[in-house]
Design a protein around this ligand. Sequence first.
Ligand code: F6P
Ligand code: MN
Length: 316
Amino acid sequence: MFLNDYLSKNCKEKDLILVLKNLAKAAIQISKTIKKVKKNGTESVIFKTKNSDGDIQKPLDILSDEILVNFMKMSPVSAYASEEQEGYLNFKNKNNLIVFADPLDGSSNIDVNVSIGTIFSIMSKNNLPLDSAFSQEGKKQKSSGFFVYGPQTTLFITVGKGTALFALDESNEIFTLIDEKIIIPKTTSEFAINSAYKRFWDPRTSKYIQNCQEGDEGPRKKNFGMRWVGSLVADASRILIRGGIFLYPADRRIKYKEGRLRLTYEANPVAFLVEQAGGKAINGEDNILNVKVNNVHQRSPLIFGSSEEVLEFKNS
Ligand code: F6P
Ligand code: MN
């Protein structure tokens, strides 16, 4: 089955289908842009600017955002918020859908040929002024997903009827179904966290990770493995396919006291996909999809993955 067939089968909203098809076209263009070899060296030597957050912004981040903006302007979308834009872009029309995006997730992996991706989330404006529309909780998402530019270009997508996985057939540029209903295994013995920040963690995170590391000699009485790619899309991709738990807690660093990941275009879309695949996603206490949005660029702690393991963390 191809992406278009899946959308016709699982989604009755014409506008939503159009937006999703255009996001897929944008992703194909982004993946081609990433694959282009620059004659004068790597992307990063060409120019570096800073985004509103002070992070180094590389040309590919900007190019990916531009590609998405162009495709969203051609879609039945009234406004677009992205990590690379201040606030949101108002397309000044009467369309009903709004789009949130992280155009190129995994910035530290862009120059080193490690998987990166594009994350998106789509909501209805629900007749709200745009400021309020962009502050709707994650449970209002109509669809979310992410593309991974890795060994294969893949797409995890939900329109609220489970989570499906597609891979791009590069010979004809068609996303082809790999799995119509992804189920995250309930149990796991694999965790993902950047342990370099251990000294900044809260006591619960420290204890939980210590228990995992003690393996069959500790209270968990089983051995764990650890994987951390450092691109949310790649770590989420692994967890959606074979289970695991991902933790990016709030920590004592001033910049990340609310967590590092962005609620509306990282945590929310991943949480929707994870829930639709039978997993759980929380900010430590609450379901991510119920977290109040005060600012479209706000950060949130994010813990997600195999349901039993997320509960183990939550109740610890
Ligand atoms: O978009 C933020 C991001 O690059 C995610 O893709 C990733 O999960 C995280 O940051 C990695 O953060 P750190 O560099 O602190 O490990
Ligand atoms: Mn990101």
